[in-house]
Structures are given as C-alpha cells and as structure tokens.
Ligand binder design. Structure first.
Ligand SMILES: Nc1nc2c(ncn2[C@@H]2O[C@H](COP(=O)(O)OP(=O)(O)OP(=O)(O)O)[C@@H](O)[C@H]2O)c(=O)[nH]1
Ligand SMILES: [Mg+2]
Length: 252
C-alpha cells in the first residue's frame, strides 16, 4: 500500500513573540499569518505539494515527492523573509491521520512550540521509495449552497458551513482521513485508504446531521498537486452533468 507524506509547519516560539515586548496589534498578526501561509503555498505548490492553513501558527502540508533538501530550501527562504522562523516535522504512513501523527511526534521530540531554543528545526523522514508515494484527495462540495448564500444572512451560512466542516471532521477522523476547509462551500479530504462506498457513508452521516447533500471528485496520484487536479476535474464533471452520481474517482 502507498504512503502519504505530511509535513507539520510550526512557527517557532510564536506565543511569546506575539506579546514581546508588548501584545502586537492583531492586524499585524493576521497579515503575518496570511502572508506566511501564502508564501508556503507558493513554495510547496511549486514542488507539487499542497499546504492547508489549519490554525495558521501550525499548518499541514502534503509533501509527497518533496525531499528533506527541498524542505530545507523552503525553510531557509521563509525564515529569511519573515520576522518569525518555522520548524518542520515530516511523517509518512498509509493513512493521513497516522502520517500527521508521525510528523507531529517528530517535531514534538525536537522541542516545544514555546521553546526559545528550538529554531528552524527540520526533523522526521520522507517516503523511502518513490514508488510508494501515494496521495488520494477528495474535493468535496456542498450541493446548491448558492440558494442559502443568496437568501440567508451571511453569518448563518457561515455557521452552517462550519457545522458541515465539523460533521465531516468527526466522521472522517474515525476513518483515519483528514479534512480541511478550502473556502466557499469546498472541503479537501485527504482520503488515502478510503473507498467510494465509505465516502458515501460519510456523506450520508453529514446529510443526516446538517442537512446538506455533498458531492466529490476523488483523485489518486503520486503527488498532491496531481491528485488535487484530478479531484477537481472529477468534481467539474459532476457539476456540469458529464458524470452521473455524487462521487467520481480518477487515478493517474
Ligand atoms: N476553494 C474553492 N472554492 C470554490 C471552488 N468552486 C467554487 N468555490 C466556491 O464555492 C462557492 C459556491 O460555488 P458552487 O459550489 O459552484 O455553488 P452551488 O450553489 O453550491 O452549486 P452546486 O455545487 O453546483 O450545487 C463559490 O462562490 C466559490 O466561493 C473551488 O474549486 N475551490
Ligand atoms: Mg456547491
């Protein structure tokens, strides 16, 4: 079975930095977080990776095919450009949940998030044999969300989408898959090991809980970039009626 490779990117000693010498303005922190995320997305994206903002001070990237040397280059570029530095932990496994756990454990062993000694660490390990690289991504979309967007107050729509996010998270974590909100009514599911029937069960659970119907294109490939493209193509085929049914799978 193939392995997914995930990288935890964590800002070093960020908590203390935000209040040194006194609490920094929230606009400054928000701008820093958004620009750091954008820079990392550019850097990993250029190497066929894909990073999610997660909680902004801790971000998770799919990095199959990105070597430790390439990670180091990204880290140096980022650490030169920003007033904060980042450390990275790399982990692999057959399921996304276990891969993020391995990435986290590697980084936690290197030092705490509030340690002044841990700066720009790069730890963990990548997929050993290139043939073992495997990423499966489901690009999930809410059916007819525009009906709500165009009739309800925006905050109510936002709450409904976040409830959908939470329902997806809880159904998927039980199946060792991870989900990230991608904006609008879109979610990206790291779904290695999950077959279409299980994904369909997850959609039924969410529908019962929140009321929204879901559809998804699922892509499988050796890199995140390729898998995400295939997933988005599958979703496009459902939207424009080329494909029947709520789930379309495509493999490189
Ligand atoms: N991140 C991301 N956001 C998207 C994408 N496609 C659409 N969106 C966002 O999602 C919103 C809703 O778009 P749609 O899903 O096409 O609208 P809908 O009413 O739900 O239509 P159907 O899904 O076809 O039933 C858009 O306004 C965009 O903000 C995408 O591929 N990626
Ligand atoms: Mg939609």
């Amino acid at each position: 079975m193939g392995e997914i490779q995930l990288t935890l990117v964590q800002i070093d000693n960020y908590g203390p930095w935000t209040v040194t010498p006194r609490p920094r303005r929230e606009t400054e922190l928000q701008t820093l977080q958004a620009e750091l995320f954008a820079e990392l997305e550019r850097q990993f994206g250029a190497r066929e990776g894909l990073i999610f903002p997660t909680r902004f001070d801790n971000m998770l990237a799919i990095t199959n095919g990105v070597s430790m040397d390439e990670h180091r280059k990204i880290q140096r570029a980022v650490n030169k450009k920003f007033p904060v530095t980042v450390s990275m932990g790399v982990g692999t496994a057959s399921t996304p949940y276990e891969a993020q756990m391995n990435a986290t454990l590697a980084l936690q062993r290197a030092g705490g998030s509030r340690s002044a000694e841990r700066r720009g660490m790069l730890v963990g390990s990548t997929v050993k044999r290139p043939d073992d690289d495997w990423v499966q991504i489901a690009h999930v979309d809410v059916n007819h969300s525009a009906l709500i967007t165009d009739s309800e107050p925006i905050y109510d729509t936002h709450v409904l989408l976040q409830k959908t996010y939470l329902a997806l998270m809880s159904a998927l974590t039980r199946r060792k898959a991870l989900v990230f909100y991608a904006g609008g009514d879109n979610f990206m599911v790291l779904s290695n090991g999950l077959d279409p029937r299980e994904l369909s069960d997850v959609f039924s659970e969410v529908k019962r809980e929140v009321g929204f119907g879901l559809k998804a294109g699922v892509g499988g490939a050796q890199t995140a970039g390729l898998a995400a493209n295939l997933a988005s193509e599958g979703l496009h085929e459902i939207r424009n009626g080329v494909a029947k049914g709520p789930i379309v799978c495509k493999t490189a």
